[in-house]
Design a protein around this ligand. Structure first.
Ligand code: ADP
Length: 678
């Protein structure tokens, strides 16, 4: 086979697969390119954030519960430093209560009242009880319940887990409740997104799917989606909690230490801009690296998927080694990018921590001086440490917020990219329904593929219900493209497709397609039973209808030999059947659909002459009340047609019956036929 013919075949097989899915789900293609650029503008990031917020709408109550619980669980973090101060000053150092140099914030009043007039040992005991109660309620807050999820080694389990765990960090009794709320919340979000994404993928324009290969689609559904709930969590709850925590700690600092050590106040305030200044410049670079990393990951998945799909070809051509090398390239590229991302994150973290460390040293010196000068007590050290972390952690968070966002935003952008494609239904809303009654016309139709290939030029033709039509012509002459225009699997670049005189672009093609049954050249089967594969085409088909379709397409002779008959399960892609058997089954499925228009692409190429005769005979019968269009090479199939359209280089060269066309002395069809029979 020549190189061009091979390319055409390869492209066709991909296109046919996409077309089958769309034919079955009733979607229509339109032109667009898939996202490939790695640059996301800041504006776009903000838009993605805004969209993420919208995703929370269906889970409002769960989300509100989660936020409330998370706020409640912050209380121990605020109380602990103050309690530690009492333990040090009044239990260990045994200073009398009330001899503190620095005031407690008002929220400590109930505890202070409880402790009034107590001896050091009683103070210790009361505080221990309070501590145990807090421990029971909120736990040690070291590692959250998320560690309880069964962690598989495989990426799929981990991705599932990241859907489930979200950002739960609590433990103890409340931690358990929070964790349960969290699992439900993130699973709901993840599931919503995953279902919508899958639905969109199934309805994507054919030209998009041509470029956008299966591996990438799988990658999006499996690995990118779990990132989305995480992003939504990081975008909403975490900043809120961080802001709240920082606010309360700044308040404590101002309230208790504003008079004694005003320097502490300005150090606390400048922590924020410093952390931000260090981390922000690296954000853009990190975002690009991340997008590239995920794209490389998808490319590796793709390489794997392609090789597995074409394993027979790979092995028979002895291409195993080169395929392995191809995969190794993609795979190591993906890991290289991963390492680069880690290095960027590490370097930025190091600088940020260095600067914040210097601030910590300064605070310690300040504090030591204040204790020596008797402006503070030893216990204040614990409050200051608590407050310091209460401010530095949110500051570092907001500084790195933008960066951390990059990890997830690339993924979410990829998910949203597909969700942004309008669905067929959305575009068709309000368009009138149309059931083909009588005829289909193509008027001055041109079709050019997005890569510039002119597949059809100035096509004018007409088909009517009740006809048996053959489309004939050399490979690459545009037969399949022409057939795709009929059920709207492609829309003309210019010109009109008229259904009973109405322009197809003005009616709901999804509904039109319900009346068109398309049997593709590539036979695509799901790995379920023969019966289930038939029912895809017509879920209401009775057993009798199925049997008669199977009979007509010549399937019974091999089904009778199968032990489980039509309950036999097919292998992946139907590969437990021979090519000829797959072809017949595919035809039976097409016939079962009982559509007004039946289109068959090369239906008889793998059939033996007897089966072919039977099939052609039944197609003729079927065409009494339908339009049957066959794309065919074999003379035995073509010669029975009521009308033949002969295509060459994207144009209809001749049309008529076999006899009429054969009677033209220099006709192209006649020449085509004579070449065939030599
Ligand atoms: P036929 O069915 O007669 O073999 P096709 O309709 O498949 O022809 O193809 C017509 C022309 O369009 C060929 O030149 C083919 O290479 C080109 N073509 C088909 N599919 C695509 C595609 N997805 N992108 C670009 N060109 C395409």
């Amino acid at each position: 086979m020549s190189q061009t013919a091979e390319n055409t075949r390869e492209r066709k097989s991909k296109r046919n697969l996409g077309a089958l899915v769309r034919n079955l789900v009733g979607a229509r293609p339109y032109d667009d390119r898939v996202d490939t650029q790695s640059n996301i503008s800041t504006l776009e990031v903000l838009a993605i954030i805004a969209r993420s917020f919208k995703q929370l709408a269906p889970v409002k109550v769960l989300f509100a519960s989660k936020v409330a619980l998370a706020i409640f669980m912050m209380i121990p973090g605020l109380l602990l430093p103050q309690i530690a101060k009492i333990v040090v000053d009044n239990a260990v150092l045994q200073l009398p209560l009330g001899s503190w140099k620095v005031e407690f914030p008002p929220f400590m009043d109930p505890i202070l009242t409880l402790l009034a007039d107590k001896s050091p040992i009683e103070i210790m005991l009361t505080i221990s009880i309070i501590f145990v109660a807090m421990l029971f309620l909120t736990g040690a807050r070291i590692k959250g319940m998320s560690s309880q999820l069964l962690e598989g080694e495989d990426a799929a389990t981990q991705a599932e887990n990241s859907i489930s765990q979200g950002g739960s960090a609590g433990s103890g009794l409340l931690g358990l409740v929070e964790f349960m709320v969290n699992v439900r919340l993130t699973q709901n979000l993840g599931n919503n997104l995953r279902l919508r994404l899958f639905d969109r993928l199934a309805r994507l324009p054919m030209n998009v799917l041509d470029d956008q290969r299966t591996g990438d689609s799988i990658y999006r559904v499996l690995y990118d989606v779990p990132m989305a709930p995480d992003l939504i969590y990081r975008l909403t709850t975490v900043p809120l909690l961080m802001l709240l925590g920082a606010g309360v700690n700044l308040y404590i600092l101002q309230y208790s230490y504003g008079q004694v050590a005003p320097q502490l106040i300005w150090i606390a305030w400048i922590t924020f801009p410093i952390a931000f200044l260090i981390t922000f410049p690296a954000a853009g670079a990190l975002r690009r690296t991340n997008q590239n990393k995920r794209a490389a990951g998808a490319a590796a998945t793709n390489a794997m998927e392609e090789s597995v799909n074409s394993i027979a070809a790979v092995q028979s051509l002895g291409a195993g080694k080169s395929e392995s090398e191809r995969f190794a390239d993609r795979s190591s590229e993906s890991f290289l990018r991963e390492r680069f991302t880690i290095a960027v994150v590490g370097a930025v973290g190091l600088v940020a921590q260095g600067v914040l460390g210097i601030a910590a040293i300064y605070v310690t010196v300040l504090f030591s001086n204040a204790v020596i000068d008797q402006q503070m007590t030893a216990g204040d050290f614990f409050v200051l440490i608590g407050v310091y972390y209460g401010i530095v952690i949110p500051a570092a968070f907001f500084g790195s917020y933008w960066i951390k966002l990059q990890e997830v935003i690339a993924a979410v952008r990829r998910v949203f990219f597909f969700l942004d494609y309008e669905s067929e239904e959305e575009r068709m809303v309000g368009l009138p329904q149309h059931e083909i009654q009588n005829r289909i016309e193509l008027k001055n139709v041109h079709y050019t593929y997005p890569n510039g290939t002119k597949a059809l030029e100035a096509i004018d033709l007409e088909f009517s219900i009740g006809q048996f039509v053959a489309i004939v012509g050399p490979t690459g002459s545009g037969k399949t493209t022409l057939a795709y225009l009929i059920p709207g699997l492609l829309s003309p670049t210019s010109g009109e497709v008229l259904l009973d005189g109405t322009n197809a672009s003005e009616v709901n093609v999804a509904r039109v397609r319900e009346h068109v049954s398309y049997v593709f050249q590539e036979h695509v089967f799901l790995p379920t039973t023969i019966r289930d594969n038939l029912l895809i085409a017509n879920p209401n088909a009775s057993d009798d209808q199925m049997m008669s379709a199977l009979e007509t397409a010549g399937c019974m002779e091999f089904i009778d030999d199968l032990q489980a008959g039509i309950e036999t399960r097919l292998g992946r892609g139907g590969d437990t059947l021979s090519v000829g058997q797959q072809q017949r089954l595919s035809i039976a499925r097409g016939m079962l659909r009982e559509a007004k228009v039946l289109i068959l692409d090369e239906p008889t190429s793998a059939l033996d002459p007897v089966t072919e005769d039977l099939l052609v005979e039944s197609l003729k019968v079927a065409s009494r009340d339908r339009l049957v269009i066959v794309i065919a090479h074999r003379l035995s199939t073509i010669r029975n047609a009521d009308r033949i359209f002969f295509l060459e280089e994207g144009q209809v060269r001749e049309s008529g019956t076999h006899q009429e066309l054969m009677d033209r002395p220099d006709g192209s069809y006649r020449e085509f036929v004579s070449l065939q029979s030599n």
